[in-house]
Design a protein around this ligand. Structure first.
Ligand SMILES: [Zn+2]
Length: 220
């Protein structure tokens, strides 16, 4: 906590001494217009604004244990916690973001618990939440190249990114936006040790470093 408070004091000091920083926050006070929704893990090592050098106002963010999105029921509402579905609705229908990035990462504690199992008696909420990732344990439901050359836990983590994107697509307003070309979905995976951000590349069915994954795209 001491480090956190020192950090806030340092931020206040920076704002006081930097007129352009003050100005940028005054502009942000008028409203936000992020063009991307980032869905990531709560892990303290995976900081979306650092790994993308993003600024305040650039990203709309939801982070939770294991970067999960509960899927929609036949009625189009979340079968689990409503928080993630509410974020999707707000970002896509109101902020009108063009892109949704869902990012997993290496040595993820949630994926370790999913892979190795967890005691539901002492962790009832966590155990229930992790059930959202269970399809990622079934290798047969994913391209065989996903997770290749990774540890079993990291392979599960990469498959979980694709599984959670499948959950995102179950929401009718997402499917509609995708069909209309108003929205794009991206599966990312952050390798902490390298450290490199990879993206799922449809043609090769692998997670490639961002530079390679988007080389042939409009974003390249
Ligand atoms: Zn994690």
């Amino acid at each position: 906590m001491r480090q956190l408070l020192q950090g806030v004091r340092a931020f206040h000091e920076a704002v006081r001494s930097d007129e352009s920083l003050r100005g940028s926050y005054q502009r942000l006070a008028a409203g936000q217009r992020p063009d991307t929704l980032y869905v990531g893990c709560s892990d303290s090592r995976v900081v979306p604004h650092l790994l993308s050098t993003a600024e305040p106002g650039d990203l709309f963010v939801v982070r939770n244990v294991g970067n999960m999105i509960p899927p929609a029921s036949a009625r189009g509402v979340s079968i689990g916690d409503r928080s993630e579905a509410a974020v999707l609705e707000y970002a896509i229908l109101h902020l009108k973001v063009r892109d949704v990035v869902l990012c997993g990462h290496s040595s993820c504690g949630a994926m370790a618990a999913l892979h190795d199992g967890i005691d539901g008696a002492t962790n009832p909420n966590l155990a229930e939440w992790l059930r959202l990732g269970m399809p990622a344990l079934d290798e047969a439901c994913f391209p065989p190249s996903v997770g290749e050359e990774r540890t079993p836990r990291d392979a599960t983590s990469q498959r979980n990114v694709l599984q959670q994107l499948r959950h995102v697509r179950t929401y009718p307003f997402v499917a509609e936006a995708l069909d209309a070309g108003r929205l794009r979905l991206h599966g990312w995976w952050f390798d902490i040790e390298e450290p490199v951000v990879r993206a799922f590349h449809e043609s090769s069915q692998r997670f490639l470093p961002i530079e390679l994954a988007y080389a042939q795209s409009d974003f390249g």
